[in-house]
Write a protein that binds this ligand. Structure first.
Ligand SMILES: [Zn+2]
Ligand SMILES: [Zn+2]
Length: 258
């Protein structure tokens, strides 16, 4: 088609394994990534701050994951396997549930705002989780009573993410705005400055077009991710690619396509 740039993903930087609550091993994800024709795949299990056993059991787990990643890199020379994490925001000050000393040693650091986490303090748990849940559950007829809470939640959510990418090494912010309201423009501006990309997550791709268009206006880069929790989903990036196309993003604005 004349004037249309072909874009092909070569990496999937967001995949989960049995070290958090994925169903496959590191090797299962690597084999799936090879099958999907990828040149790079990152293993990014949830940080330890999640409740309900969603995350890794403790930060020591990263040593075990590292061993598996190294074994796969030795066994499958045609793909680059990266050691990463999907860290949780656990403080309104942008604190993450993985210490900087570990983040610095990883190949890819993803961070996201999840509701199934334990905050650093009760005040953080309220700000990161409680207030957002109340806002989400507020019945339509009581919206006027929740408006102020919703406004404060949006400011605090945005601030926490901005502080996280400013104070820590974060390569990609996962599913921005999913389940929690944020000021996309403000986050995108901070990420562009910090050299952090925003994710276009396959699972919520269809809700993402507006967000991508607004964020792109701030000059931020993007990463397309499967957020695979099963090996068969690794490298399935088409819905995110479609959003990127519809938003008019070029390959220079996306970390993992050519
Ligand atoms: Zn998960
Ligand atoms: Zn994830």
């Amino acid at each position: 088609m004349p004037g249309k740039i072909m874009m092909k993903p070569f990496a999937d930087y967001h995949t989960h394994t049995i070290y958090s609550h994925g169903t496959g091993t590191v090797e299962d994800n690597v084999v799936a990534a090879i099958k999907a024709g990828l040149e790079e795949v990152a293993i990014t299990d949830h940080g330890p701050g999640n409740i309900f056993n969603i995350g890794v059991k403790g930060i020591e787990a990263f040593e075990d994951i590292r061993r598996d990643v190294e074994a796969c890199n030795a066994k499958y020379p045609n793909i680059k396997v990266l050691l990463g994490v999907e860290a949780n925001i656990t403080g309104l000050d942008g604190s993450l549930d993985v210490p900087d000393s570990i983040l610095q040693g990883l190949d890819k650091v993803l961070a996201g705002h999840h509701l199934l986490v334990r905050g650093k303090t009760p005040r953080d748990t309220w700000g990161i989780v409680g207030r957002n849940v109340v806002v989400r559950l507020c019945p339509r007829r009581l919206q006027h009573l929740c408006a102020d809470l919703a406004r404060r939640a949006r400011v605090a959510n945005t601030d926490a993410l901005v502080r996280a990418v400013t104070a820590h090494r974060v390569d990609i912010v996962t599913h921005p705005g999913l389940m929690v309201s944020i000021d996309t423009k403000e986050l995108a501006r901070a990420c562009a400055l910090a050299g952090t990309a925003l994710e276009i997550n396959v699972k919520h791709a269809m809700e993402s077009l507006d967000f991508v268009m607004v964020a792109a206006g701030e000059g931020v880069k993007f990463a397309l991710s499967s957020d695979a929790h099963r090996p068969e989903d690794v490298g399935r990036l088409e819905p995110a690619l479609e959003i990127a196309r519809r938003a008019g993003l070029g390959p220079d604005m996306i970390l993992n396509v050519r």
